[in-house]
Structure formats: C-alpha cells, structure tokens
Design a protein around this ligand. Sequence first.
Ligand SMILES: Cc1cc2nc3c(=O)[nH]c(=O)nc-3n(C[C@H](O)[C@H](O)[C@H](O)COP(=O)(O)OP(=O)(O)OC[C@H]3O[C@@H](n4cnc5c(N)ncnc54)[C@H](O)[C@@H]3O)c2cc1C
Length: 333
Amino acid sequence: MTKKYDYLIIGQGIAGSAFAWNLYLNDKSFLIIDSKEKNTASEAALGIYNPITGRRNSLTWNADKLFDTTEDFYLKIGNILGKKIISKKNIYRPFKTNRDLNDWNIRAENTKFKKYIKKIDNKGILTSKSGYLDVLKYLTESRKYFKSHNRYIEKKVNSKNIMIEDRKIVIGNINAKYVVMCIGINQKNLDLFSNLPLRPVSGNSILAEVNFNSTHIVNNKISVINTSKNNVHAGSTYHNGFENMGTEKIEKQLKEIVQKKYKIKEYKFGVRPATRDRRPFVGKHSNIDNLYILNGLGSKGVSQSPYCSKELLNYIEFNKNLDQEINIERIKT
Ligand SMILES: Cc1cc2nc3c(=O)[nH]c(=O)nc-3n(C[C@H](O)[C@H](O)[C@H](O)COP(=O)(O)OP(=O)(O)OC[C@H]3O[C@@H](n4cnc5c(N)ncnc54)[C@H](O)[C@@H]3O)c2cc1C
C-alpha cells in the first residue's frame, strides 16, 4: 500500500525548507522532492537578515512582524539539528559623506527606526536585530535530517510526471493531500501558476580567504560577513535576467573594505525569484484545489520564509485569511 502524506513539497531551497520545518513543528506528515538544481538562489545567498535594507536604507516591509520571529525560528531549527546555523550580528555602515551622517541622524529620531539603531558616531552607524543564516549548512543539515526520517527524495518534477484530474494534482505516484510548489525561478518552466509574473534577478557572491576580523557585518555597497577566522562571504550583485554578469564589482569593493590581499575560494551565482511589487507569492491555485505556492521571496528569503510559511500553513489547515499583501489573488489574470 502506498504511504499517504498530508503534504508534498516540491523544492528544498529556503522556501521549501521553511515550509517543511513548519509542518514538522505542527506534526504534519510530508515528503519533499528536490532535483538539486545548479545555481539556485539559496545556494548563492549570503543569508543576511536585516530590517534596514536597500540603497535608500529603508525599513524593510513588515519589519516588526518578520524580525520578531525570524531569529526564534532558526534557533529552534538549529536546536533540533544540533547545529549552529544562525549568528546574530550587527551591521556597520561607514558614512561616505556628511549627508549620510545627517540622514542617519534624522532616521534616528524616527520611532520606527530607533529600535534598530545601536550606535552612531562621525564615522558610521551600527544597526541591530540583524545577522546571518549559514544557508548551506541549514539546507544540507535539513536535507540530511529529512532524508533520515524518510521525508526527502531526489527527483525532478516536470510536465511528464504531473497529472491533473478532477481539479486535483498528483505528482508521480505520490499520494498527498496537498502539494506545495517551492521551486523558485524554475516555476517559470512549468505550466502551473504561469499567470504569476515571477522576475528573474541574477546575482553573485564570493567566498574568500582574508584576515579580516570584524565582529559586525560590514555594508558599503556590498556586504562582507566574517564567517570564520580568515574567511569571508561577500556580495551581492543584482541583474534583471538569468545572465551571470560576474563578480568584478564585488571584488573591487571587497578590496576597498578589507584593505588587504585576499584569495578567492569560490564564485557563487544564483537567480532570485523576484516580484514586481516586492511581495512574496503565497496562496492557492485558482483551478486546482489541492495545489499551493510559496515563491517570490526575492532578495529576502531568509527573513520572509518563516513568516510566509506560517501564513500558508494557517491558511490551509485553519482556514485563516492570508496576509493580503502576499496573497497571489492580488495578481489579476
Ligand atoms: C547572490 C545572492 C545573494 C543573496 N543574499 C541573500 C541574503 O543575504 N539574504 C536573503 O534573505 N536572501 C538572499 N538572497 C535571496 C535568496 O537566495 C532567495 O530569496 C531564496 O533563496 C529563494 O529561495 P527559494 O527556495 O524560493 O528558491 P531556490 O533557492 O531557487 O530553491 C528552489 C529549490 O527547488 C528545487 N527545484 C527547482 N526546480 C525543481 C523541479 N522541477 N523539481 C524539483 N525540485 C526543483 C531546486 O533544486 C532548489 O533546491 C540572495 C540571492 C542571491 C542570488
């Protein structure tokens, strides 16, 4: 007799992993299928979560809601895995001009920003409630864990192994009540959810060896994380499309930040699944009753995935309304 699962999750990047852990914490049965694609966004990610982002240093969408739960979520998963996957770190932004100092002094008066500001002096600003997830460790250890609990298989989902009958989807011969697609930008290669305008935004990061001892993440055009003694992860670039535009910009800036010779250990490249309004795509398929999606995490998968997966689970299991800003129903067909 074939085993029956509550959920089948397609894709085990940052999105699929967060949803799987939410199911695990809620005692739901599930199976994950992943085809271990190359150049996934998750494998290139620096893993930073940071309430103040972008060139304009704006407060990120939903900051208070997201940042209250992000760290707790990954700490909990780290405890189950018996691994340290998250590091709390402040972010240091050196000022380039006097205008930066003025702008930050104005922001510091704003109550919304105030709680995230740790220290300002004439040289720069230190912000808090940030850090980074060791994404590779999180994905690898989660995969190992789920594999050992018979909840993970390596397999590619394509049009040949998808069957739709009576408004229900079945993948291969897997018997699952619900199917949740979490395949990032590859969603564009399937006919399902083709009305959702996912935008590919490619990007690079590099791993390098250099004696740069910073207790903070340094942000100056790029971000540099001291991941361990003599090792840094630096990035990122943003380019609309699938093309790999190289790491020249990152290397130039890395040199300026560390002011030392460094040795490249690895070049990383991935394609982010982004959306025009910068809000994730979460929700139910309009014609297939047991099919759902968690995608469009853009450049903020680490902080958005715990919140979005919880929203999706509450929506499916308890019929709770989805946050309208992430609900795919906002996309007009
Ligand atoms: C250079 C770079 C730096 C970044 N830095 C950060 C950062 O510091 N902080 C942050 O929060 N975000 C960062 N991001 C963004 C982050 O990586 C994304 O938001 C996130 O990884 C998206 O995750 P995902 O699971 O939706 O997609 P993906 O990472 O693409 O994962 C999709 C998964 O689905 C699998 N899959 C695909 N197709 C199929 C199929 N047909 N069948 C079965 N399985 C399939 C793949 O193998 C993969 O495991 C960065 C991105 C890049 C490119």
